[in-house]
Design a binder for this molecule. Sequence first.
Ligand code: SAH
Ligand code: SF4
Length: 360
Amino acid sequence: MPVNLLDFDQQGLLAYFQEIGEKPFRARQLLRWIHQFGESDFAKMSDLAKSLRAKLSESAVVEPPRLISEQQSCDGTRKWLLDVGVGNGVETVFIPENERGTLCVSTQVGCALECSFCSTGRQGFNRNLTVAEIIGQLWWANKALGCTPRNERVISNVVLMGMGEPLLNYDNTVAAVNLMLDDYAYGLSRRRVTVSTSGIVPAVDRLREECPVALAVSLHASNDALRDQLVPINRKYPLAELMAACRRYIEKAPRDFITFEYVMLDGVNDTPAHARELIELTQDVPCKFNLIPFNPFPQGGYERSSADNIRRFAESLMRAGLVVTTRKTRGDDIDAACGQLAGKVRDKTRRGEHALKEAA
Ligand code: SAH
Ligand code: SF4
């Protein structure tokens, strides 16, 4: 089996080059070809020594996941479905805004954590994505959006908020993040790469030491009893431990706050009493709140809080001095909104066939 060079961050590629007797600067040249020019054909890497190109074509490939389909929402959001094996797909979403462009990247096929309001969690866990499959999402999106190093940067931010729990696929996630940050690859700032976690406390501590980037924590509840139900991993890492880990993270984080994500579920976690509890819970953590209106999916079993309720909830947090934003729902016409990513290739194909028949 040839080695897939998309699986290596710079450190990994340097080790591989040492093994095949090549110099470090050539590895960096190759990184630029692969990640900045989106080139997968060694023959086209014109300034690489011919001997190296010959050697690579015998032992290595640059193999991103196969692109299955692409969809565009009426609000400009774009979604790509990538093939990661028979019957499986992962989805990656690009959200353009005035001042920035954000790519939402997946790290696992499915998720083992079974949060009760999340469609990815409902489908169960299949497997971890490889580094090539994680960074391949950025690789494809860059290509589809026509980015080159000479262009203005279209993708300015990456959030690891797609399918899966990034900190339960720690090594591959960190290698992919290293590439996102690497000036020879995507060159994003640490402040613009956000890992979103449901709160795997030991892995949060490890990330702080090894690869501190912006951190978002999926809080969703103001007390342990409620969070045990909504985010079952809370039974293992309860709120007091999670808050302590957030405080430790801040010491090394590139930003001086943690983002708390809070999905707004009608009648479940959105009352004035919940707001008061939240204020108390987070009083020692420098943080910002991001309220996410719940996005329904088939058999979701929850309702979205009303716009009025979300506004009132936001206001009570703000009155306590917290910074609060409410996430705009983007791309829900193509099932690309938070919690709607399912990546079922078969279903999607069937839906595609259906649409074709209707159009005919
Ligand atoms: N596993 C990680 C990252 C992926 S989920 C995590 O849980 O943080 C990204 C965000 O979308 C999380 O905050 C998650 O709780 C939220 N989410 C999941 N399902 C949702 C839904 N149906 N509506 C709105 N947000 C949802
Ligand atoms: Fe997994 Fe995050 Fe969904 Fe929970 S919200 S099931 S951790 S993807």
